[in-house]
Design a protein around this ligand. Sequence first.
Ligand SMILES: Nc1ncnc2c1ncn2[C@@H]1O[C@H](COP(=O)(O)OP(=O)(O)OP(=O)(O)O)[C@@H](O)[C@H]1O
Ligand SMILES: [Mg+2]
Length: 243
Amino acid sequence: MSGAILSTHGLIARYGDFQALYGIDFEIDAGEAVALIGANGAGKSTFLRALMGLLPVAAGMVRMEGTPIGGTATDRMVQMGVAIVPEGRRLFAGMSVEDNLRVAMDQAERLGRKGGWSLQRLHDLFPILKEKARTPVQSLSGGQQQMVSIGRALLCQPKLLLCDEISLGLAPKVIREIYAALPEVRAQGTSIILVEQDVGLAKQASDRLYCLLEGRVTLTGPSAEVTRDAISQAYFGGSHAVV
Ligand SMILES: Nc1ncnc2c1ncn2[C@@H]1O[C@H](COP(=O)(O)OP(=O)(O)OP(=O)(O)O)[C@@H](O)[C@H]1O
Ligand SMILES: [Mg+2]
């Protein structure tokens, strides 16, 4: 067994009769950032959901620090140190920024997770969250909401942070701000799986990447070394023109 914080072998996931993942082999080491790229519908969110226990693992193995955990309930995954910034953010509408964050702090406390993240540290990372502490989340901009969503995951004190398209729909300046926070997260020793549609950004922000196509891994390698051609091929499949 390698020193992976999390690994999967032959992971299969389904939605009813529809098979979304066809045997994913994946691993991520402690402190590593791994990007997951691929076209719409490739299975990226499904993979994160399966890791987080939000979707059953139909077959295959998931290990966390060597221990098999496939199909573990979400609360237990949080307890083991996995947190997700979900697709579409999923904040509690009608609640303030701080109350949203407190839900995560309470969850971490209930599950006995301890770590270095506090409201104070989060405010240092994203100062706007302090300024907007009493503001209902639905009045925030998309970028500010994304910061709350990231903050909520960090307050679960994760060893492994799953980020599902944290740049989606945001202005370039805000994307830069959000991505600038990731090195600080990693400095805590937290590993990051980054689902990202922007391939350039995905490469920049990761050590290694995986490309999914129709539920299968079509490419994996060090982000600095995979070529544009290889990515294009893996992203669209065999015969598609290189963009
Ligand atoms: N709740 C669901 N019920 C049935 N099928 C689903 C469900 N969610 C996703 N799928 C299907 O599973 C496949 C993988 O979807 P998934 O959302 O994981 O893709 P993705 O790579 O995250 O795409 P995107 O970039 O659009 O977010 C797609 O064919 C999708 O239509
Ligand atoms: Mg998705």
